[in-house]
Design a protein around this ligand. Structure first.
Ligand code: ZN
Length: 599
């Protein structure tokens, strides 16, 4: 089965790229663009920046100590996309592998001297994930041989002892390699890496051991903390270990950490991370829109984790978060032309960014960049979009579940259906049965869809958030139609989120909206919005929203605190256009805000 995550047990089983064929549509178009443009874009930059030449032995070596991992992520993307460039790139990588399976262009000759920052095991993790993707899509070849030899080297070197890596990812990679090969030592190695963490296993650092989740054992933690990508990659690996070893307590620990993180440490867009200095979550309710970090990779890690928890538990709330994150983070992370990327994804930008043609040396999120010094996000986007169809639907003994509504054909067992929809712009989702068959078809109803209906077999009934189900037997041509309510809705922050008090945001379907101002459009620094039903504008297949807002009279200057409460800014109301957050920054340098001050 062509799937990045294939647990041996769980409430739901994933359907892979062999069962789900995505068609043109919101996601189908992005998957195609990724295959045709983004993958080659990443390879060009990795050549240009010297990261691929490092594997050819070109010196001086260029790139950060973990740049090998970017080539591995790209190889994973190529594997899922069945991209013709894979064999040659895999051959280049293979040249750098040493006799005992060790491979790393930075640390060759000084192996394993820096577990805190060296990223050697992290790099293996991405190599192994690429190898798993290739094994499942194609079968054994040069890339899978390199990955398996590296994994065997890791098991020999690290099975005994107390060492682990400052950056998790190898845990989930080894479990997946166990799943595809049946070789138990990979699972055991992953389990030991998980259990070693927090004993502690790593040195203290100025950021503190929480930065790399080494402050306490995984089982004792109450919430995800520290560096977001590290925390969520680790949690994904922990779920994998828990599922494969039947460790219910370990799984429950991650579920509880997820609950608290969603309740207190997640932005409206599904983004996670409020601190730039160490790319970390920040404290509970520390969710400032302008200083939000929300690394694109963190949102990818969040989807990886949510998908694993969905498979293990069948709880649709995990798919709800994945959807929020897909539409507002993944779709935002890459430009409409597939050639530039956001690293950080704040919810407010006060000053337009300077356009940049070359490598961006920072991660700040004002304009998408073609490349970064640390280019984790572009490659991570590439591998995620390449494998995206595998996240859309699942199966169980009684039928199939469609979690994400986008045009696709799904075949599993006795069921063959085609999903037709203009979602997220339109709320109608039609599932057309292609062949006679049996089984239950379940369609996810997102938490915000409190007034949805399902038409099936000549009846229409109301359905509540969770899953709407329709039972066969089916005849070719039968149709199920889910109608999700798409009226725009105002969303207000919980009062404990200090940075958002006195503001509101607009959502429509799964999309978060934002005000954007380019060039001579009205500035957004002192607007106040009226909380009234917005006007919808449908143009070029996109829905924009217009709200009434008063613009301020300009900055009065002086001491910005006083004895009287600030009032509503003077000035006539104007129509303020809001665009889907994922589309912002495509018109040139702009200011932007998701949360609008209200009175
Ligand atoms: Zn990243």
């Amino acid at each position: 089965m062509a799937n990045p995550v294939l647990p041996s047990s769980g409430v739901l089983s994933p359907l892979g790229l062999d069962a789900v064929h995505i068609s043109p549509g919101f996601w189908g178009d992005r998957v195609a663009l990724n295959r045709e443009v983004t993958i080659a874009h990443c390879q060009e930059w990795e050549e240009r920046e010297g990261w691929i030449p490092n594997f050819r032995g070109e010196r001086p070596r260029r790139g950060r100590e973990f740049s090998d991992s970017e080539i591995y992520k790209l190889l994973e993307a190529m594997a899922w996309a069945d991209h013709p460039s894979l064999p040659a790139l895999a051959e280049t990588v293979a040249q750098a592998q040493e006799g005992d399976g060790y491979i790393n262009t930075r640390w060759s000759g000084s192996r394993y001297t820096d577990f805190e920052w060296g990223h050697e095991l992290y790099c293996y993790g991405h190599l192994i994930q690429a190898g798993v993707a290739r094994l499942r899509m194609h079968g054994e070849d040069r890339l899978t041989q390199v990955a398996v030899r590296a994994a065997d080297h890791v098991c020999r070197r690290f099975m005994e002892g107390t060492e682990t890596c400052g950056h998790p990812v190898i845990e989930m990679a080894l479990v997946e390699l166990y799943r595809v090969t049946g070789t138990e030592r990979y699972l055991e190695m992953a389990r030991r890496f998980v259990e070693r963490r927090g004993l502690p296993a790593l040195a203290d650092i100025p950021f503190g051991r929480a930065y790399y989740q080494d402050d306490m054992p995984v089982r004792q933690a109450q919430v995800f903390r520290g560096h977001v990508v590290r925390a969520l990659y680790l949690a994904s690996g922990v779920v994998d270990v828990a599922v494969e070893t039947g460790d219910e307590e370990l799984l429950k620990a991650v579920e509880a950490q997820w609950e608290r993180t969603i309740a207190r440490r997640t932005h409206l867009t599904g983004g996670m991370g409020s601190r730039h200095i160490d790319e970390s979550f920040g404290e509970d309710y520390e969710l400032p829109p302008d200083r939000a970090y929300n690394e694109t990779c963190a949102s990818i890690a969040s989807i990886m984790l949510a998908h694993r928890l969905l498979l293990a538990t069948g709880d649709g709330r995990y798919a709800d978060l994945a959807e929020r994150t897909l539409y507002n983070m993944i779709a935002t992370g890459v430009a409409l032309d597939g050639r530039s990327f956001f690293y950080a994804n704040p919810l407010q930008v006060r000053v337009p960014a300077e356009p940049l043609e070359g490598v961006n040396h920072a991660a700040e999120g004002g304009l998408r960049s073609p490349w970064f010094d640390v280019s984790c996000c572009p490659n991570n986007i590439a591998r995620t979009l390449a494998s995206l169809p595998a996240y859309l639907a699942t199966s169980s003994a009684d039928g199939i579940q469609i979690h994400h509504h986008t045009p696709a054909e799904i075949r599993h067992g006795d069921l063959a259906v085609r999903v037709e929809t203009g979602y997220p712009w339109d709320g109608a989702v039609t599932v057309r049965v292609l062949e006679d068959g049996e089984g239950r078809i379940s369609l996810r109803v997102p938490a915000w869809a409190t007034d949805a209906t399902l038409a099936h077999g000549g009846t229409v009934r109301g359905v509540t958030p969770g899953y709407a189900v329709a039972d066969g037997p089916w005849r070719a041509g039968d149709e199920i139609r889910l109608e999700l309510p798409m009226a725009p809705r105002w969303t207000f922050p919980g009062r404990r989120i200090d940075a958002l008090r006195g503001s509101a945001a607009l959502e429509r379907g799964p999309l978060v909206y934002c005000a954007e101002s380019v060039a001579d459009e009205p500035p957004l620094g002192d607007i106040t919005a009226r909380v009234s039903p917005p006007v919808e504008h449908h143009a070029d297949g996109v829905v924009e929203l217009e709200v009434q807002a008063s613009l301020g009279a300009g900055d009065p200057g002086g001491w910005p605190y006083g004895a009287a409460q600030d009032g509503r800014p003077s000035g006539a109301d104007v129509g303020l256009r809001l665009v889907p957050y994922h589309r912002w920054g495509n018109r040139g340098p702009a200011t932007m805000r998701v949360w609008l001050p209200i009175l």
